[in-house]
Design a protein around this ligand. Structure first.
Ligand SMILES: [Zn+2]
Length: 323
């Protein structure tokens, strides 16, 4: 991987790691809310990166990815700087919710507004403090609403540096997805800041398997950017990724009833393939759930109770070369 796009000039003398709380607005008692920040300053100058978890307050896997990363990186062996936000959406995290307490989605409010709603103010603080001026970003998410996501990278694959990050991360799947207006990846990349999103597992859980995939993907980026010059023992090296999917679609339930999944996330499925079935309260099969496209199963619904239109399987299709 060429590192030219991510480089900075100059030198620093010694590395350091700091863990501190940043003040943000106030809670219901008028006390300051605080956001945890881990800053790892390397021993020499190099790219600056930001890694965020918990932009959705109930998506927890990314927190452990950041914790593990912090334990593994010795500042004296790091080139450049990493800003790590293990819980970006503190107000949502405190109420164990995806959303801000006012029901807004923080990931629709970037780059934020310092005089706006509570979420917009938080988005503004994160944007000004960590996104603006960074060389690259990685945003860690998990599936919402009783869903499970097969580990994958989402990002704007029309941007060369985003493709470089995705290739380097080496996830099982890469999806071209610019994101909706106000999302961190959309607003960052439209301003020329390469930022990818890692989706893995489910909300409200620590899942070791997907945490390890996220950790090895981030480590691979740091090695390819020459910010780190070694590979830790026991950490799985991701396989090279050469393809990505340009489109995704949801297979929705044709009927109300009880959903029995057959296909698993990560499966390659063919158009017309039986992915599962919906059964009645008496246990009889009401209908099959069929793939409408040939592609890869990105995620699925974990909750058996379904109604017509309920999203059951997320399928990625329309494969293209990543280079
Ligand atoms: Zn999320």
């Amino acid at each position: 991987m060429s590192v030219n796009h991510f480089e900075r000039d100059g030198h620093t003398s010694s590395g350091s790691i700091s863990r501190r709380w940043l003040n943000f607005e106030q809670d219901y008692f008028g006390f300051p809310l605080q956001i945890p920040l881990i800053e790892i300053q390397g021993s020499s100058e190099g790219p600056h990166g930001v890694i965020l978890a918990g932009v959705h307050g109930d998506e927890l896997n990314g927190i452990q990815i950041i914790h593990a990363l912090t334990e593994m990186i010795a500042p004296e062996r790091l080139r450049g700087k990493l800003m790590l936000l293990p819980v970006a959406n503190v107000p949502g995290f405190l109420i164990q919710s995806r959303y801000m307490p006012d029901r807004r989605d923080l990931n629709r409010l970037f780059p934020g507004d310092k005089n706006g709603s509570e979420g917009s103010r938080l988005a503004h603080q994160i944007w000004k403090g960590f996104i603006e001026g960074t060389d690259f970003g990685i945003d860690l998410h998990s599936a919402s609403y009783s869903r499970w996501n097969f580990p994958h990278i989402r990002g704007n694959m029309r941007m060369e540096r985003v493709r470089m990050l995705a290739r380097s991360f080496g996830p099982p799947n890469v999806i071209h997805s610019q994101g909706v207006a106000g999302s961190l990846r959309k607003e960052a990349t439209r301003r020329g800041i390469p930022l990818i999103l890692f989706e893995a597992g489910q909300s409200n859980r620590f899942e070791r398997e997907v945490i390890d995939i996220g950790l090895s993907g981030i480590w691979s980026i740091l090695v390819d950017l020459e910010m780190i010059d070694f590979w830790p023992e026991g950490l799985h090296r991701p396989a090279p990724v050469s393809k990505y999917y340009r489109k995704t679609t949801w297979v929705r339930s044709p009927a109300g009833g009880l959903f029995i999944p057959r296909a698993k996330p990560g499966d390659l499925v063919k158009k017309g393939q039986n992915l599962g079935e919906v059964r009645s309260a008496f246990g009889e099969v009401i209908c099959d759930v069929k793939a409408e496209k040939s592609g890869s199963v990105l995620g699925f619904n974990l909750h058996p109770q379904v109604v017509p239109g309920r999203a059951l399987y997320h399928i990625a299709y329309d494969e293209a070369d990543l280079d």
